[in-house]
Design a protein around this ligand. Structure first.
Ligand SMILES: Nc1nc2c([nH]c(=O)n2[C@H]2C[C@H](O)[C@@H](COP(=O)(O)OP(=O)(O)OP(=O)(O)O)O2)c(=O)[nH]1
Length: 132
């Protein structure tokens, strides 16, 4: 099985809400929520990939902060290795260019969404109070 390295951003606003993105019918895993991001190209660092993906998907510029966690999940067609990082918006307002919708969610409501399986460890860490 091929393994794919993916990077995703936990973007917080001033109200401490987190930006959550719903995968659309034209994407794999439609109907699942994720942290925005995408596949890391071979010439990129995870941080560079994240800046590029967020520009493409949300049309805004971010600054990448600290690493949160890495989790692997075996989907039917690939092993996804997902690394998550904190990020803040430096320029622009996020707009759903590829996703079905994006929402700002308070931490205590994150668990009410149907997350892509690889995202569950990040959601657990964020909502367990281990990292703020
Ligand atoms: N971006 C992102 N992908 C995730 C997350 N969790 C998770 O399982 N995935 C999976 C879904 C996809 O199988 C894969 C990422 O693919 P993608 O379609 O978002 O990446 P991409 O934009 O670079 O892909 P492509 O369409 O250009 O090939 O990782 C997540 O939180 N964020």
């Amino acid at each position: 099985m091929n393994s794919v390295s993916v990077v995703a951003a936990v973007i917080k606003n001033e109200e401490h809400e987190i930006l959550c993105a719903l995968r659309s019918e034209s994407m794999s895993l439609p109907g699942f929520w994720e942290f925005p991001g995408g596949k890391i190209r071979c010439e990129e660092t995870p941080q560079e990939a994240l800046v590029r993906e967020i520009r493409e998907e949300l049309g805004c510029d971010i600054e990448v902060g600290g690493f949160i966690t890495q989790a692997s999940h075996e989907y039917p067609n690939a092993l996804i290795i997902l690394s998550t990082y904190y990020a803040s918006i430096m320029k622009g307002e996020p707009v759903a260019k590829e996703h079905e919708q994006i929402v700002w969610m308070p931490l205590h409501k994150l668990k009410s969404l149907a997350w892509a399986p690889a995202d569950i460890p990040t959601v657990t860490l964020l909502t367990g109070g281990f990292i703020e």
